[in-house]
Every structure is written in structure tokens, then in C-alpha cells.
Write a protein that binds this ligand. Structure first.
Ligand SMILES: CC(C)(COP(=O)(O)OP(=O)(O)OC[C@H]1O[C@@H](n2cnc3c(N)ncnc32)[C@H](O)[C@@H]1OP(=O)(O)O)[C@@H](O)C(=O)NCCC(=O)NCCS
Length: 202
């Protein structure tokens, strides 16, 4: 099992260039991020929050937050996307993903701060998640969204996902994509380092 030590979390970060020229950092959530992450979730507009969690709660339960911080446990991971705003790093997005070793799939969910929608951050984060899925040798990645969630469905379509009914909830659509990328072809340094660590830890 890949359980990443807190002191090593930062070494798996990726730095991405947005179309605007801004630099987006995608990195594993660290223990020090807990309160900022909770503030990020609180700041999401109600529809965004509902689309992300399919529930009306505005804050993560403490136990859930603690689970998020255990990066790698049960092959579950959480990342934040940060931009420099007024000289300080600001969380503008987050994602969680889990690798199923038997099915060779990665399931993920994500959100971008409402104030930063339609600036290509969702696209960049999703592309980075593809790298992270490829790092485990996953063959497919998938997520689920409410049928009414047009932004997510449009984003997934743009990123080449195909759609089908979710198995156990009629309200949801599943979007899925084949990955099949060789480790050496992963275009994200942080994910190549994850791949190397995973190859050792299993
Ligand atoms: C879905 C979401 C992640 C998109 O993030 P984003 O940073 O705004 O996405 P991008 O700017 O990269 O947009 C990429 C493409 O997605 C589509 N898209 C995004 N928002 C859209 C909207 N409101 N309406 C229609 N299409 C939209 C467009 O095709 C867009 O490309 P374009 O801007 O060139 O037209 C964001 O709306 C979000 O966080 N929603 C709330 C949480 C959520 O729904 N999570 C899904 C559960 S997994």
C-alpha cells in the first residue's frame, strides 16, 4: 500500500501553466491545509456544493476531513489546486480519487471555486488527474455526476469521456475514459514520481 509520509507529500506536486499564463500547483493535501480546505468547501456556492457532494451539508464532517488527510490509505488520495493570489497561495480547486487495484480503475470527484470557473482550471485539474491515474497503471478512470450537472458533463465530454447510466442511482451519469498510458509517457513529473513510489510499495 502506498501511504505517503507527510514530509514527502510535496515532492509529488505538479506545476501547470494555464492559458492565462498563471501557474497552477496541484499537490497532495497536507495536514496544515485542513482548515483552509474546510474554508474552501464552506465557500462553495450551494449548487456547486450539491453537485460535488450530492448533499446539502456545507462543511465536511471532521471524520471525513481526517480521512482526506491520510493520503494513500486504502489507495485513496486528495489533492488541492492552488494559485497565487495577491502574493499568497489560494485553494481554487480540489479533487479526490481512489485506485481500485482489482478493477484497474480510478474513481474521482472534483470541484473548482465558483469565482474561478470557466478559466480552464477544471480542464487542467482533470488532465492532471489522468496523469495521476496513469501513475498506478490504471486502465480506466471514471466519475459520476448528476444528470443536471451541465458544467461537469460538458467538461467530461470535452476531455474525451464517454457516458452511461450509473449503476445504482438513476439521478447520476457515469463518465468514463480509457487511459492506457505508459509510465514514461506521463506528462506530469509529480505523477511519474508517484509511479516510481508505487512500483516499490505496491
Ligand atoms: C465542473 C467544474 C469542475 C468545471 O470547472 P471549470 O474550471 O469551470 O472548467 P473549465 O474552465 O476548465 O471548463 C472546461 C469546459 O467545460 C465546459 N463548461 C464548464 N463550465 C460550464 C458551464 N457552466 N456551462 C457549460 N459548459 C461548461 C465548457 O465546455 C468548458 O470549455 P470552454 O470554457 O472552452 O467552453 C466546475 O463547474 C465545478 O467545480 N462545479 C461544481 C462541482 C462539481 O460539479 N463537481 C462534479 C462532481 S465530480
Amino acid at each position: 500500500m502506498l501511504h505517503v509520509k507527510p514530509s514527502e507529500l510535496r515532492s509529488y506536486a505538479d506545476t501547470l501553466r494555464l492559458a492565462s499564463g498563471r501557474t497552477l500547483t496541484v499537490r497532495f493535501v497536507e495536514p496544515e491545509d485542513a482548515e483552509r480546505l474546510q474554508a474552501y468547501f464552506r465557500s462553495l456556492a450551494r449548487p456547486s456544493h450539491y453537485n460535488r457532494f450530492l448533499a446539502a451539508v456545507q462543511e465536511l464532517p471532521r471524520s471525513e476531513l481526517e480521512r482526506i488527510l491520510k493520503i494513500g490509505e486504502e489507495r485513496r488520495f486528495a489533492v488541492i489546486a492552488e494559485l497565487n493570489v495577491d502574493g499568497r497561495p489560494a485553494i481554487v480547486g480540489e479533487a479526490r480519487y481512489a485506485f481500485d487495484r482489482t478493477m484497474r480503475t480510478v474513481e474521482f470527484g472534483m470541484s473548482i471555486s465558483d469565482a474561478w470557473h470557466r478559466l480552464g482550471i477544471g480542464t487542467a485539474l482533470m488532465a492532471n488527474l489522468e496523469c495521476r491515474a496513469a501513475a498506478f497503471g490504471a486502465e480506466r478512470m471514471f466519475g459520476e455526476a448528476l444528470r443536471s450537472n451541465e458544467p461537469m458533463i460538458a467538461l467530461a465530454r470535452k476531455m474525451g469521456f464517454s457516458f452511461k447510466n450509473a449503476t445504482d442511482d438513476w439521478r447520476l451519469l457515469r463518465f468514463e475514459k480509457q487511459i492506457g498510458r505508459a509510465i514514461e509517457d506521463i506528462p506530469c513529473g509529480g505523477s511519474r514520481r508517484v509511479a516510481a513510489a508505487y512500483a516499490v510499495a505496491g
